[in-house]
Design a protein around this ligand. Structure first.
Ligand code: SF4
Ligand code: SF4
Length: 59
């Protein structure tokens, strides 16, 4: 399962991008986090834990 990022909540802090061990996430031109390399995700959920505004979920 891939992380779902709520663009309405994301404040573009980049914490999830830094914490992801697989370099899956990227900040886009809109300064929101996005799943850039979905095939590399190992579902460790470090991104979810890192997000200060709980914008990432796995539901
Ligand atoms: S679940 Fe882990 S590997 Fe997947 S995007 Fe989040 S931090 Fe990266
Ligand atoms: S940690 Fe949360 S608020 Fe920060 S860029 Fe990632 S999804 Fe957005």
């Amino acid at each position: 399962m891939l992380p779902k990022i709520d663009g309405n909540k994301c404040v573009g802090c980049g914490a999830c991008v830094k914490q992801c061990p697989m370099n899956v996430l990227e900040l886009g031109d809109d300064h929101k986090s996005g799943v850039a390399r979905p095939k590399d995700c190992v579902e460790c959920r470090a991104c979810e834990a890192a997000c200060p505004v709980k914008a990432i979920s796995f539901n």
